[in-house]
Design a protein around this ligand. Sequence first.
Ligand code: HEM
Length: 522
Amino acid sequence: MEAVWEFFPSKKAFESVPYVTKNQVEKVAEFLKTRSRAEILTISTLGLTGVIGYCWLQNKWKYWQRKGVSGPKPSLADLGNTISTFNDLGVGLFEKYADQDVIGIYFFFTQPCLIVKDPAIWKEVAIKGFHNFTTRGRSEANFAFGKMAPDFVTLAEGQKWKRIRNTIVPFFSGARLKETCLVLQDTYEHYENTAVPKSAETEVDAKAFAAGLTLRAILGSGLGLSAKENEELVEEVYRHANILSQTSFWGFIKTSTVPRWIRYKLNMTNYPSSTDDFFREVIAQIMEQKSSGRTNLVSLMANNIIEKSQEYTATKGLTKDEIIAQTLIFKLAGQDTTATALSFLLFALAKTPSVQEEIYNQVKSADLSYEGLKKIKFIDACIKEAMRFFKFIVLLREADQDCEVAGVKIEKGTLVLFLPNLVHRSAEFYQDPDVFNPHRFDGNESNTLQDDYWFGFGIGPRSCPAVRWAFVSIKIFVANILKTYELLPGENTPELNEVKVRLAGPKIETTVPMKIRFRKRA
Ligand code: HEM
């Protein structure tokens, strides 16, 4: 029994630890009595490490308190404040800290993150202050995807980021989009045949419908794969592409806690290696074909291949690994976002017949080519309004050096977060913010990256490079659907204001399904 107390200053001191009862002390003593010296040493070391870790964590979690910035209490279960903040995209925080300009939270356990509310401050950070905030963050969470993550344009930095971005941006230019429209039109026609129910009574989940359509659109315009021509391959790509977004929470935690160099050395990914192999092979085959066939992002990139040794010196072009990475980014950054925006719009249209009729009147005898669609500005306004009304955008930057944001001095490595939903649904910036009214964007329909109070695609040098592709594809799909069908709500379709968004891993989900029906026009 005495050996037990060698490791504590005194039995009395142990008993005086708050919440420890005498009975518990006796139990611990009894347990330790039966252990060897080596075992007791191990247990004590673990205990001591736990205490030091606890003190370290508590000190880290005092960062905002030391700066006089209030915020919610972090916890291990919440990964700091990560899960609770992203679950409702800050809605709860905005209510609780309504009278504050900034809120201090901890991202991915301990990384300090300052939430700013003022859109003007966000502009300062993302545009004028770009030299201080060149990335969206360098936390391990960003790199959990696998060893190709540093090649993603979304995560690349400095000269390498500029080169990748400069190389892919022309793909989203007007000239390219003209050709892309043909691919998108084909994609829609094929999808309509298989996915639109024959009966007007059948209810369809708007998100599932939009997800299938946008995935095929991305495969068509990104990889040049057409379901019409090669259904089997497209189905296989479709299956693997879905696997990419099915990261489990624990899989993600596991990968982000193993040191990065070990993961990358062993080529550990948070999706199956068979999917990794599959994409490498398919993309390599498409690269071989280069410019033959339909215009697509992979062949455009394949015409600009550079050697690995030029990675940090070239101003244009991509290495083979970077091409594979950008192809996956097209799916990862583009599919769920486009599907979400499209599904919100389809749902909103099913609930607002007057807006639907207005679009129908403009598309019923219109030319739906790239040029023709350009003239139908009302659909742009509807897309903007759907993206304003339903909140799902998160904008993040990491400080490259010590600086000041909203009067708060922050250190290098601190994150700054802006949740546009606060502005998008605020009466301060939008009249009747809870009403779905696309006409509020009349005359300002095409202003997507420089609007003062609309942030659907971000702003500044890191804003979405594919905004025009997203608009054109949603426009083509909506125009085609409404030309042929009337959209109707289902029996239990919720009201517009009842639909809330939550982030489920990399996927955007709604709290209630948005059921819609398609009735063929006479
Ligand atoms: C409606 C559909 C889409 C929405 C709402 C959307 C939204 C966004 C947002 C909010 C950002 C962050 C901007 C910022 O941090 O300031 C972003 C970045 C990005 N998006 Fe999109 N996006 C969409 C479609 C696409 C598509 C189809 C692609 C295909 C390539 C894409 C590729 C990217 C990339 C690569 C970035 C990072 C750019 C960089 O870091 O330089 N997005 N997007």
